[in-house]
Design a protein around this ligand. Structure first.
Ligand SMILES: *Cc1c(COP(=O)(O)O)cnc(C)c1O
Ligand SMILES: [Zn+2]
Length: 386
């Protein structure tokens, strides 16, 4: 069964076109839907307000309330001399922005008649796909690496997913899953699946409904999130709904920064990052499947790629907690990058900056250096409180 799609897929690298919803181009690069244009409507959810912009009709009954997250004004901006806003994606149904893309991709899988979906992930994406698939009544195959801890996998298997630890080269698993998925009728919703990327456009739409940002800071691993936010803003501009594109900034951890490294060396293609090491596990993909596509966007629009150290990341995580927002290390990288950009004069004073807080800190408690805890006998409580 072929659901009706609003537009064709195209390869951003070689320009090939596809009428069928393929996962990747025959040249090896990711594909994306051709630019959609439209107008906004009045509606409760971002899916309804931007109805013209989805290549497939969202299954509203599948929704768990993903998206429409708060844009919080940050006090950290004052200290840095910018107007800073935090897009709080930690309040999504499975506590990360992944739910936006999963919702749209599972909508497609249902319409296309798939009985099973899957993903390759150990963290946020695995939990997200498991949650939406079980809600949709689909079987779920989650492929994880040999090294994935039992602790992390609890938040995935709780939804009833079939979680499979795969021995062997984890990097090859992404491509192997797409091949076997096609053969076995399992729709794999990996990190830069074209419907997933479309779902991430909703972040750009929601930001544009509230402010006209100058800069957006985007923690970047596979590149799916970056491509989605970029496509969202480009479609708003082509629809005449905004006048200028913001400067998008990809943020990577120093210990795993294949995209920033290729960008600063002026290369057109990324190279595998050997021996990745960072606390920001959610953005530690050494060979990002959308790396070359992100590089092309960075060059084409004169955007930026910034790396930050683990020390800076953990400091930013504490600063955000000091504002009442507990995010995982990967999600604090934007604030770490902002400090660098302000100090180097790359962001002007008074600029409007949005940092995407991609996922919740409760998922990665083992990295967290907690606060002070005092002991107090009940009899001395008055003194303790004084
Ligand atoms: C997935 C993820 C990212 C990076 O997204 P990509 O689409 O892989 O670039 C950043 N932060 C968190 C918390 C994530 O789960
Ligand atoms: Zn191609």
């Amino acid at each position: 069964m072929k659901p009706k799609l609003k537009t064709k897929l195209t390869c951003p690298m070689c320009g090939s076109k596809y009428h069928d919803p393929v996962q990747r181009c025959s040249c090896g690069e990711p594909v994306e839907f051709e630019t959609l244009k439209g107008e906004p409507y009045i509606g409760k959810t971002v899916w309804e307000r931007f109805w013209d912009f989805w290549p497939v009709e969202p299954e509203l009954e599948l929704s768990l309330g993903e998206g429409d997250t708060p844009l919080v004004k940050s006090k950290l901006g004052k200290e840095l001399g910018v107007r800073l806003y935090l897009k709080n994606e930690t309040v999504n149904p499975t506590w990360s922005f992944k739910d936006r893309g999963t919702f749209l991709a599972v909508s497609y899988a249902l319409k296309a008649g798939y009985k099973a979906v899957g993903t390759v992930s150990t963290g946020n994406m695995a939990a997200s796909v498991a949650a939406y698939a079980t809600r949709a009544g689909l079987e779920t195959k989650i492929l994880v690496s040999e090294s994935a801890s039992d602790e992390k996998l609890k938040a995935v298997s709780v939804y009833g997913a079939d979680v499979i630890r795969v021995r062997g080269d984890y990097g090859k698993l992404y491509f192997e899953s797409l091949k076997l998925g096609e053969k076995l009728g399992i729709y794999f919703i990996n990190s830069d699946n074209p419907f997933r990327v479309e779902g991430y456009k909703s972040i750009a739409f929601e930001i544009a409904e509230e402010i006209t940002p100058d800069y957006i800071l985007i923690p970047t691993s596979s590149g799916g999130l970056f491509r989605g936010i970029a496509k969202g803003f480009i479609e708003l501009k082509e629809s005449g709904l905004i006048d200028e594109l913001p400067t998008l900034t990809a943020v990577q951890a120093e210990g795993c920064s294949p995209i920033c490294r290729a960008f600063s060396e002026g290369k057109e293609r990324i190279k595998r990052f050997e021996n990745p090491k960072t606390v920001a596990k959610a953005i530690a993909n050494p060979y990002p499947p959308s790396g070359n596509a992100v590089l092309k966007l960075l060059r084409e629009f004169g955007w930026k790629c910034i790396t930050v150290s683990d020390e800076e990341i953990l400091k930013a995580q504490r600063e955000l907690a000091g504002e009442g927002l507990f995010v995982q290390p990967a999600s604090a990288t934007g604030i770490a990058a902002l400090r660098r950009l302000v100090e180097s004069g790359e962001i002007d004073e008074g600029a409007k900056v949005v940092s995407i807080l991609t996922g919740s800190g409760l998922k990665t408690l083992s990295h967290v250096e907690g606060g002070k805890i005092r002991e107090c006998p009940l009899e001395s409580l008055e003194e303790c409180l004084g």
